[in-house]
Design a binder for this molecule. Structure first.
Ligand code: ADP
Ligand code: MG
Length: 313
């Protein structure tokens, strides 16, 4: 029986620059089409760290060199641009792989806005570094002129830091559901989604933030009523005592075990921790739901129960 699967693609599925991404998406498309070929319904979400950094840097350079001509580009617009660029490459790679295997299926990217709470505590404590490194003088200027938050980043210079609020809901969810129901392969919630919040009337305003793609994928998986959330990353399994002599790779994890290991600090904040938290939240959201964390190349084996770390009640 085919399952409905939300796949969250990590950085290694997309590479770090334009040529790397062109190559990486071919492998990514193979892994995804393997699942489609087995009769699963697939919805794809992805990260955008290097891509949004590149776009933000390019837009900032434009403002810096021609301030009279170009006003600063809001971060929400940079996220939207990254969704378009990554969606373009994914759509093409998937189209080609599907056609090569004789599968007649449309692929479409939804520019996805994700609602955040403007009162989210993350806005008071921006922690996520983005964009280019700056000198102390440049950083002071940005703070004074644009109200940016900056930090000194590990001796390498100054960087803007932005908030990473929790995703609340997906604005385009009905469109995504309709497209899935119509049999399309949908790419949505790229880069965690374009962060927006509601103002007066029906107006949505872009927020200067980036949403964690693992948390956004968890909301997406719940709202499309997926059976499985698969988080594809750079490790085959989740470990406790990661990188230590007593490292132990886990085949499965219950939500209670996960909470115990989280409390003991086994999962690095900003990398494995959000994945385990997203997996637990999804696994507990309804009976029969499970999550899987594994390598991109092992997606098919993972779904068949042969590898990866499965998270279920
Ligand atoms: P992605 O781009 O897929 O989100 P991240 O780099 O954010 O990837 O997170 C995956 C990384 O988390 C792994 O490559 C690994 O180095 C690291 N990691 C941290 N803690 C653990 C752990 N306990 N078990 C496995 N991997 C871990
Ligand atoms: Mg990550």
């Amino acid at each position: 029986m085919g399952k409905r699967i939300v796949i969250a693609l990590g950085g290694n599925a997309l590479g770090n620059n334009l040529p790397e991404q062109m190559i990486a998406v071919k492998q990514t498309a193979k892994a995804i089409v393997d699942l489609i070929e087995e009769g699963h319904e697939v919805i794809i979400a992805h990260g955008n760290g290097p891509q949004v950094g590149m776009i933000q840097k390019a837009m900032a350079e434009l403002t810096r060199s021609e301030p009279e001509k170009y006003i600063p580009c809001p971060l929400s617009v940079c996220v939207a641009m990254s969704q378009g660029y990554i969606g373009y490459d994914l759509q093409n790679a998937l189209r080609e792989e599907l056609l090569d295997r004789g599968i007649n299926k449309g692929v479409a990217t939804v520019l996805t806005q994700v609602e955040v709470d403007p009162e989210d505590k993350a806005f008071q404590n921006p922690t996520k570094p983005i964009g280019a490194f700056m000198t102390k003088e440049e950083a002071d200027k940005m703070v004074a002129e644009r109200g940016y938050n900056v930090i000194e980043d590990a001796g390498r210079g100054y960087r803007r830091v932005v908030a990473s609020p929790k995703p609340q809901s997906i604005i385009e969810i009905q469109s995504i559901r309709d497209m899935v129901a119509a049999g399309l392969v949908v790419v949505a919630c790229g880069g965690g989604g374009i962060p927006v919040y509601k103002t007066e009337g029906h107006h949505l305003k872009g927020a200067a933030a980036v949403i964690d793609k693992d948390f956004a994928s968890c909301v997406l998986a719940q709202q499309v009523e997926a059976d499985t959330l698969i988080i594809l990353t750079a490790v085959e399994k989740v470990a406790i005592n990661f990188g230590k002599p007593n490292e132990q790779w886990l085949d499965s994890l219950t939500p209670d075990e996960a909470r115990k290991y989280i409390a003991e600090g086994h999962f690095a904040p900003g990398s494995m921790l959000p994945k385990v938290q997203a997996a637990v939240e999804f696994a507990e959201s309804a009976p029969g739901r499970s999550a899987l964390i594994t390598l991109l190349e092992k997606a098919k084996d993972g779904v068949a129960g042969r590898t990866g770390t499965a998270i279920h009640q």
